[in-house]
Design a protein around this ligand. Structure first.
Ligand code: RB5
Length: 146
């Protein structure tokens, strides 16, 4: 399992905590930044990293900004991306089971580190259920390919 991380300045602290957790879990992690002191634009980090998930170079992505909203809106513009903005453990589980989300987005200014790391673990270890959910996800792909 290869995972790419991305954040803007609003998500740098949490991104480093997530990297540490995934390394402890023996996951192959690539941290695509930002390496920033000052303010940057979230789309400069989300879009290239989302493309690397969409083209199969990475299995999953975890993207963080202040709210997670900019990261999720921009990542979802990339064909093949199903980015889920998640701030609780229940939706972390269900977005994997039902949506087969391939990018997890969180807001560092929204939740604490402890909850965020529980969300990462839950999202990471929950499998897609397929079945009727596969049909629904396929309809999104069909729309993208119109
Ligand atoms: C940066 O100030 C902030 O706007 C950004 O991290 C994010 O929350 C955008 O959605």
């Amino acid at each position: 399992m290869n995972v790419i991380l991305a954040s803007d300045h609003g998500g740098t602290h949490l991104r480093k905590e997530v990297a540490r957790l995934l390394e402890e879990m023996d996951v192959n992690v690539t941290d695509s930044g930002c390496d920033c002191e000052g303010s940057v634009d979230y789309s400069d980090y989300s879009l290239p990293a989302a493309e690397r998930v969409a083209n199969g170079e990475f299995d999953k992505g975890i993207f963080i900004c202040g709210t997670g909203i900019g990261m999720s809106i921009s990542a979802n513009k990339v064909k093949g991306i199903r980015a889920a903005l998640v701030h609780d453990v229940f939706t972390a589980k269900v977005t994997r089971e039902h949506n087969d989300s391939n990018i997890l987005c969180m807001g560092e200014r929204v939740i604490g580190t402890g909850l965020a790391l529980e969300i990462v673990k839950t999202w990471f270890f929950t499998e897609f259920e397929g079945g009727r959910h596969a049909r629904r996800v396929q309809k999104i792909a069909d729309y993208e390919n119109k």
